[in-house]
Design a protein around this ligand. Structure first.
Ligand code: ZN
Ligand code: ZN
Ligand code: ZN
Length: 257
């Protein structure tokens, strides 16, 4: 059976944890599990590395994961906490002497082209630029021999893509999941999903809503991500069902594909 290694590069919400200027118990915690960079995961197999999103923390995340090459980027959506590390792919462009394919919904790629106009506007420059090759996601596709199944969901009034690969799926930044997408999320060994906090939020699933989704879809293991400073690692885990845990930066496990 083929497998890939999944590493949680970041498990925090858009502002990160600790949050600037905050002195709450979680922000002041000395437990490394309570240090959360912006949300992203790394999929590694056969020497290939694929990241989902390039957060503002991408550089430090890639350093921590000792990522020696980068082969593709999948984008969930184009919010700032998911895209603004893109400029930091340049060392991989230089080392690999190649552009890096990036995959996203058409609306996501459109915002990327606006947010990073200097990459795409062909203005002459003596600076190094990120080298990218745009691929619009319009259905399942193969990436280095692994089938990637996009999972559309709602993110408040906007939309987001989750991704399934073999027996695992990553679905961050969602508020609701349509029934057609739930059908793509059954039979999972590992389900990494958004659970911002206890208090409801218009853009994000909270702990109660994510627990209900886990109960309906019955993955073997569920891992909450995009976590804000309301949820301390150990005290929250103690209250969760046994198959549900808060993800943390550096969490790593094998996935059957
Ligand atoms: Zn986000
Ligand atoms: Zn705080
Ligand atoms: Zn978002």
């Amino acid at each position: 059976m083929q497998s890939l290694e999944l590493t949680v590069l970041g498990s925090g919400t858009s502002m990160g944890v600790p949050t600037l200027g905050c002195h709450c118990a979680v922000c002041e915690s000395s437990d490394p599990h309570d240090k959360r960079t912006r949300p992203s995961v790394l999929l590694s197999s056969n020497g290939r590395n694929v990241v989902i999103d390039t957060t503002p923390d991408f550089r430090s995340q890639a350093m921590a994961a000792r990522m020696d090459r980068l082969d593709a980027i999948l984008y969930t959506h184009a919010h700032a906490d998911h895209i603004f590390g893109l400029d930091d792919i340049r060392p991989y462009n230089l080392k690999q002497k190649a552009a890096i394919p990036i995959y996203g919904a058409e609306s996501t790629l459109r915002v990327l082209q606006k947010s990073f106009a200097y990459i795409f506007d062909d203005t002459p420059t003596a600076s190094s630029l990120p080298g990218v090759e745009l691929h619009t996601i319009d259905g399942p596709f193969a990436l280095f021999g692994t089938e990637i199944i996009p999972i559309p969901a709602m993110h408040g009034p906007g939309s987001v893509l989750g991704f399934r690969f073999g027996k695992a799926a990553y679905l961050t930044d969602f508020s609701t999941v349509p029934e057609s997408s739930k059908d793509l999320l059954r039979g999972l060994d590992h389900f990494i999903l958004d659970a911002l906090r206890y208090v409801p939020h218009p853009m994000h699933s909270n702990v109660e809503q994510s627990l209900a989704l886990v109960a309906a879809l019955k993955p073997k293991h569920a891992w909450f991500t995009h976590i804000c400073h309301d949820l301390g690692h150990h005290e929250t885990n103690a209250k969760l069902p046994e198959n549900v845990r808060l993800a943390h930066d550096g969490l790593r496990f094998e996935v059957q594909i």
